[in-house]
Write a protein that binds this ligand. Sequence first.
Ligand code: PEP
Length: 259
Amino acid sequence: ADARTPLIAGNWKMNLDHQQGTVLVQKLDWTLRDGKHDFDQVEVAVIPPFTALRSVQTLIDGDKLKLKLGAQDLSQHDEGAYTGDIAGVFLRKLGCEYVVVGHSERREYHAETDEVVAAKVKAAYKNDLTPILCVGEKLETRKAGEQVEFVLAQVRAALDGLPATQAESIVIAYEPVWAIGTGEVATPADAQEVCGAIRGELASLYDQKLADGVRVLYGGSVKSGNVASIMAEQDVDGALVGGASIDPTEFATICRYKQ
Ligand code: PEP
């Protein structure tokens, strides 16, 4: 994992309006700087709702903050009659570097299929955004011991037809659905098993060099108390944090897991 710069990304989900969002970012930045956080050693991204992106971008740009900005979803289409959807080009113009694709809540509540997820990955690259591709099994799949094959099938489907020149920069987040927002965290060994298998799959789809450069994150009830043990695993290169990311003190402590 040391060869790759870790990424801690905070997915606010449908929390914080644009005013609350700017307050959080100010506190987060202040807490990290106060703790002499080295942003080159551990990259930190915030992923607000669409409505807060502009305010957070203004703050990041204006104060030259080192926080990266991401969005929670994008449309697979370029533009047009898709009421309520958000085009990748809009996100890029708002200074987003990352976009979450295929979060389990999108797959579940918006019926996003593997095909839609694959189209969104392509739309992200088309607009110069780095996808944070989410994959993960439900509890029944884990109980059946089929988590690795299930997740690898999701990875293959999402990367279908993606050239190596794009795949080399993807971020993949392994988020077991049973661990999201439940307080039920995967053991470090569970996280390593699937994250390692994802890297192995990238090596067989592309090559080992590409696989060695891709960051594979873990997500699911990450907190300040469990992040270090998960990050100690060889193939875990960061965390996608939901609930704990809207508490600036807790999120800053997660980001500073090395200290
Ligand atoms: C998530 O939604 O990506 C997530 C990991 O949520 P939580 O940290 O709340 O489990």
